[in-house]
Design a binder for this molecule. Structure first.
Ligand code: SAM
Length: 285
C-alpha cells in the first residue's frame, strides 16, 4: 500500500473512521522522499534496530523496517491500531507499543525488546507539542542508542542546532551539545504533510558518541546554572543566576571573572567550556 498517496491515505482513514487529532500533533508525512531519507540518514542498516516515536499510519515505520532487523515503535493513539494492522501487515519485524512516550521507561523497553542489538537508532517525525521534552528525555536517560534523527519544527531545529555562544543559542542548545553532536540535515516544507501544518520543518540528527565530551562533577547543578542563565536570554546572567543559586552578586561576579567570564556577560555569549568551568568552580565552593 502506497502510504504517501493522498487518495490511498484518505480512503484508509475514511474506512477506519479516523479523524486527525490536532492535540496529538497528527500531521502525517505524504512526501515520498522524506521517510527514506530519515531512515538512511538515521543510520539504519541490516543488523541494527530502530525505535520510532509516533507511528501515524506507519509511513516511516515501514522504511525503518525495510532497513533494520527490528523496529519498536511507541504510539499514544490506540485508534491507529486497526490501521497499522493493515498498513504494516507484510512486516514481521515491527512491534508497536501503545503508550505515551513521555511515560515510557525507554531503557527497560530497549533492554527487554532490543537486548541483543548493539546498533540502535531513534528515528521519528516528532509530535511538535512535545519536541523538547522528548528530545531531553532521549538524551538525559542516556539510552544505549547511536543517534537520534528527528523531524521537528524548523524554528526548533535552528535553536537545537545553533552554535553555543551565538544569539540563536538557548538552554536547550547547551543541553543538546552536552549530550550529543547536533546537525541540521535537511528542511521539509509544510506541504509535505497531511494535514498541512502552519510551519515548515527540518530533520536533525543528534550523534551520541558514547561518552559525553564534557565532564562535570554535578550534572544537576550544571543544568540549574544553564536554565537560570538563559531564563532572561538577552539580559546579563548575573542577576537571574545569583537569585537561582542563592549567592551574593559580588561573590558570583568574582567567580565569573575567575572563569574568564565578564560579570556583564549574557548567556548567549558563553561557550560550552565556560559553562562547564563555571559549574566546576561553583560546585567546588
Ligand atoms: N510518523 C508519522 C508520520 O511521519 O506520518 C506520524 C507523525 S505525527 C507528526 C506524530 C505522531 O506521534 C502521531 O501519530 C501521534 O499520535 C503520535 N504521538 C503524539 N503524542 C505522543 C506521545 N506522547 N507518545 C507517543 N506518540 C505520540
Amino acid at each position: 500500500m502506497e502510504l504517501t498517496n493522498i487518495n490511498t491515505v484518505k480512503d484508509l482513514l475514511n474506512r477506519n473512521g479516523f479523524s486527525f487529532s490536532k492535540a496529538l500533533g497528527q500531521n502525517f508525512l505524504i512526501n515520498p522522499s522524506v521517510c527514506p531519507r530519515i531512515a538512511e540518514n538515521g543510520g539504519c542498516h541490516k543488523g541494527s534496530a530502530a525505535i520510532e516515536i509516533g507511528t501515524g499510519i506507519g509511513v516511516l515505520t515501514k522504511e525503518l523496517a525495510l532497513r533494520c532487523d527490528k523496529v519498536i515503535a511507541v504510539e499514544i493513539d490506540e485508534r491507529l491500531k486497526p490501521i497499522l494492522d493493515e498498513t504494516l501487515a507484510d512486516f514481521d519485524n515491527i512491534e508497536i507499543v501503545f503508550a505515551d512516550v513521555l511515560k515510557t521507561d525507554l531503557n527497560t523497553l530497549i533492554r527487554e525488546k532490543l537486548g541483543e542489538y548493539e546498533d540502535i537508532y531513534v528515528c521519528a517525525n516528532l509530535p511538535y507539542y512535545i519536541t523538547s521534552p522528548v528530545i531531553m528525555k532521549l538524551l538525559e536517560e542516556r539510552l544505549p542508542v547511536r543517534a537520534v534523527t528527528v523531524m521537528v519544527q524548523k524554528e526548533a531545529a535552528d535553536r537545537l542546532c545553533a552554535k553555543v555562544g551565538t544569539r540563536e543559542c538557548g538552554a536547550v542548545t547547551v543541553a543538546v551539545n552536552y549530550y550529543s553532536v547536533p546537525e541540521l540535515l535537511f528542511r521539509v516544507n509544510r506541504g509535505s504533510f497531511m494535514p498541512s501544518p502552519n510551519v515548515d520543518s527540518a530533520v536533525i540528527r543528534l550523534d551520541i558518541g558514547g561518552k559525553t565530551k564534557y565532564n562535570v562533577s554535578d550534572e544537576k547543578l550544571f543544568f540549574r546554572i544553564v536554565r537560570a542563565s538563559f531564563s532572561q536570554r538577552r539580559k546579563q546572567m548575573l542577576n537571574p543566576l545569583s537569585a537561582a543559586l542563592g549567592m551574593e552578586k559580588t561573590e558570583l561576579s568574582e567567580i565569573l571573572v575567575q572563569c574568564g567570564i565578564k560579570p556583564t556577560a549574557r548567556p548567549e555569549e558563553l561557550k560550552m567550556e565556560e559553562f562547564v568551568a563555571l559549574c566546576e568552580r561553583i560546585s567546588a565552593k
